[in-house]
Write a protein that binds this ligand. Structure first.
Ligand SMILES: Nc1nc2c(c(=O)[nH]1)N[C@H]1C(S)=C(S)[C@@H](COP(=O)(O)OP(=O)(O)OC[C@H]3O[C@@H](n4cnc5c(N)ncnc54)[C@H](O)[C@@H]3O)O[C@H]1N2
Ligand code: MOO
Length: 411
């Protein structure tokens, strides 16, 4: 995935990503929420365990607890009591004795091992072992998962469904998290009509805001939708300034190229500052990044595929950083390409593909077909990017290519 030979005047993709991330100062405001509100929220401080997990030594099997030393002296053990989950055996288990025990029940005092019941012959109160368990077999020890005081999750962790289970197992019901980001969405274009409006000649339905709002929902941010703004410099300026007052980040789509009705970059220059404009990537060349007086700004290209890809690969990582979240590095795989791919040297391509694995484990990727920036179905059908370096030319079927699986933002 080298990106060394980009077209002149265009910033290489990796440099654009790094420049943008370096320019972002994460928010600092925090709030307290309950555990059931925690999915997708970002911890604002390290979280330590107040208890051992499990809190006591307990059995991993239904069976019989005993002291290993007892077995040296006799063939069978004398059953003297029961330890159930939540109702432990009270008292000591003596040499030659055993205790009926259930999975999760506290180990009785005097016992160090559990024999599973499938390996026992039981008659009345006599338990005979049909196999020899090792000392400590089938015992789960106090603190073997998490020790009291241990940092369980670090500041910046985005809480998953599993994390909520871990925190509940620690008895934690209050969480300190960073507040949710507010992100404003603005679609620009005279031709864009809202759903339900009639289409006149030359019009299309506005679609970018729906896909972008969905992606932002997956990031768990609050979306402020400004709808469609016409291709008019003062209308766009007004919308950008209003959005800037209300949001931490402003995302526009459309009007960022070089056409007569493309005002995004001009307005950004007037009321904020342009960090960079134009990236050596396809789709997504006219992407603009910058700052407004109070917020950060992403000017996505209007072409729907270009808007989705730049949102996914540039705006989302930036918003993750803005909310303090540590993003896992993207995983790149090698796969055999089953299609010919059109490509001219100059820009790094993020073509859309379908990755599959055969019964031998070999990875194959096929193109989703026409890769035009307006063909939204080329991304709807895909599960990965086929990443082609800037200097790369066309690819022939059978060659090996780099593949990057889609992250969760599109799902
Ligand atoms: N002379 C040049 N022309 C273009 C260049 C260039 O370098 N020189 N770059 C091309 C590339 S690459 C892209 S990408 C587009 C991006 O242009 P804009 O960001 O100015 O986008 P628009 O012209 O406003 O729209 C492009 C296309 O997308 C449709 N669109 C826009 N917004 C939406 C929306 N919210 N929902 C659905 N569809 C939308 C719009 O109708 C256009 O068809 O510029 C090339 N041109
Ligand atoms: O870069 Mo544009 O996004 O190729 O069509």
């Amino acid at each position: 995935m080298v990106d060394c030979c980009s077209a002149p005047g265009l910033m290489p993709f990796q440099q654009a990503l790094e420049t943008m991330l370096a320019a972002i100062e994460p928010i600092t405001d925090t709030e307290t929420i309950t555990l059931s509100e925690g999915l997708g929220r970002i911890l604002s401080s390290d979280l330590s365990s107040p208890i051992n997990v499990p809190p006591h030594n307990n059995s991993a099997m239904d069976g019989y607890a005993f002291a290993q030393a007892s077995l040296a002296e006799q063939d069978s053990l004398h059953l003297v009591g029961r330890s159930m989950a939540g109702q432990p055996f009270q008292g000591d288990c003596q040499a030659g004795q055993c205790i009926r025990i259930m999975t999760g029940a506290k180990m009785p005092a005097g016992c160090d091992t559990v024999q599973m019941q499938e390996n026992c012959a039981v008659s009345d109160d006599k338990v005979e072992f049909l196999a020899q368990p090792k000392v400590g077999a089938n015992v789960r020890y106090a603190g073997e998962d998490i020790k009291q005081g241990q940092v369980v999750f670090a500041k910046g962790r985005r809480l998953s469904a599993i994390d909520l289970g871990v925190l509940a197992s620690l008895g934690i019901n209050q969480l300190q998290v960073f507040r949710k980001l507010k992100v404003a969405l603005i679609a620009t274009g005279d031709e864009l009509k809202a759903l339900g409006e009639p289409l006149s000649e030359g019009d299309i339905f506005e679609s970018n805001s729906y896909a972008l709002a969905g992606m932002l929902k997956n990031l768990n941010v609050e979306v402020i939708n400004f709808g469609v703004i016409i291709d008019d410099e003062s209308a766009i300026k007004k919308a950008f300034l209003q959005a800037d007052e209300q949001a931490d980040a402003v995302i526009s789509s459309g009007g960022v190229s070089v056409g007569d009705a493309d005002y995004t970059k001009l307005v950004l220059e007037q009321i904020g500052e342009v960090g960079f404009w134009k990236i050596a990537m396809k789709p997504g060349k006219p992407f603009a990044f910058g700052k407004l007086p109070n917020s950060i700004f992403f000017g996505l290209p209007g072409n729907p595929v270009s808007a989705m890809v730049t949102a996914d690969l540039l705006a989302m990582p930036a918003l993750m950083k803005l909310q303090h979240c540590h993003a896992a590095p993207a995983i790149t795989l090698k796969a055999k390409c089953s299609s010919d791919l059109r490509k001219s040297p100059g820009r790094m391509d993020f073509q859309r593909g379908i990755l599959s694995q055969d019964s031998n484990g070999e990875l194959t990727v096929s193109s989703t077909g026409s890769q035009g920036s307006g063909i939204l179905t080329s991304i709807a059908a895909a599960n990965c990017y086929i990443v082609l370096a800037a200097e790369q030319g066309k690819v022939l079927a059978g060659e090996t290519v780099d593949v990057r699986l889609f992250e969760r933002f599109f799902s």
